[in-house]
Design a protein around this ligand. Structure first.
Ligand code: FES
Ligand SMILES: [Fe+2]
Length: 343
């Protein structure tokens, strides 16, 4: 069950070219290509004749030609040529998807095309900010249901056990800090401040903290599956909680999950930071660090997916699950409301 009326990331903009590329989103195969003027097209990846994926065909100008009998489809999805017959049936049409490029990503609207408003695509403060740096990672194929992943993106508590060498406070500092949950419509935030604790290795790479630090981990999920994780680290008792703080390092991690099948999803991510903005070595160091941290998640989440899917004993929820339980409940309501409108 998916929420269709939403923008989902289909990939980095550089992944799409004049070569036909197939991606599966929400169990729908879509073929992407760029027109001769470089704008993007997203069409259902199945010919109306014998369902050969159009991605196995070729581009003829701005049309995609089926690789089996040569039907040609235009950018709207309508067939514009059928070899060997002069009449083109009205039904000779594949679905076309609204597609927009923003923040370096390709976004696809999976629901009612009339509702596809690019203004609904989330904002990324500091994306083009001279004083902030950015590092980007490769897209990752993950073997779990997308909600196993979005649970994880609302879960600061796992950091102390899964990411000991990167994101966790040194010596498990902060493991018992209480998590606060805030809900604003379809935006759920789980956050915790660790006060006068030890910094995370992520930040000690960039500043040699002499004493205790105040540290924020804020995990925000925008349903259905976009997450922003804000991390702040500053000298203790210097005002970090009110937006200041001595030696304040701040890093915002953008994490976009796109459902693929019931058992898989794709993970897209980048980070912006308020330190060493133009230092390419720092960007590379951060990308490498997050890549290995996210590889740690991938192993756990695949195993959790399998465990939950094949479980034959009950499981329980803990206090740390408040945010993800609420998120799942709101998702159910959003999906039910969408289905009601469509039926
Ligand atoms: S399968 Fe595409 S034209 Fe026949
Ligand atoms: Fe994680």
């Amino acid at each position: 069950m998916y929420l269709y009326n939403s923008w989902y990331v289909a990939g980095w903009d550089y992944e799409f070219s004049r070569t036909l590329r197939s991606r599966t989103l929400l169990e729908q195969a879509i073929v992407f290509y760029r027109k001769q003027d470089n704008t993007l097209v997203a069409l259902e990846d199945a010919c109306v004749h014998r369902k050969l994926p159009l991605s196995l065909g070729r581009l003829v100008g701005d049309r995609v030609q089926c690789g089996y009998h040569g039907m040609e489809f235009g950018c709207s999805g309508a067939c514009e040529k059928i070899p060997g017959q002069p009449i083109i049936q009205a039904k000779a049409k594949v679905k076309s998807y609204p597609v927009v490029e923003r923040w370096g990503w390709v976004w696809v609207w999976m629901g009612d095309a009339d509702l596809a408003d690019p203004e609904l695509i989330m904002d990324v403060p500091h994306y083009d900010d001279e004083d902030w740096g950015i590092n980007r990672g490769p897209s990752m194929h993950i073997e779990c249901h997308y909600q196993i992943y979005t649970d994880n993106l609302l879960d600061p508590a796992h950091v102390n056990y899964v990411h000991l060498s990167t994101l966790a406070g040194k010596e498990n500092s902060g493991a018992d800090a209480p998590v606060q949950v805030d809900i604003d419509g379809s935006v759920i935030t789980a956050s915790r401040w660790t006060l006068d604790g030890l910094p995370a290795p992520l930040f000690t790479q960039f500043h040699d903290y002499q004493g205790g630090v105040d540290r924020l981990q804020s995990y925000q999920l925008r349903l259905p599956s976009l997450a922003v994780i804000d991390m702040v680290c500053a000298d203790a008792n210097t005002g970090a909680q009110s937006g200041g703080g001595e030696n304040r390092l701040q890093l915002n991690s953008y994490n976009f999950i796109t459902p693929e099948t019931a058992d898989t999803c794709r993970y897209y991510w980048f980070q912006v930071r308020n330190f060493k903005p133009h230092d390419e070595a720092v960007s590379a160091q951060l990308t490498a660090g997050f890549k290995s941290a996210f590889a740690e998640d991938a192993v756990i989440l695949k195993a959790v997916h399998e465990g939950m899917k094949h479980s034959n004993t009950p499981h329980i929820n803990l206090a740390i699950d408040a945010a993800s339980s609420n998120a799942r409940l709101i998702m159910k309501q959003l999906i039910a409301a969408e289905r009601q409108v469509n039926h």
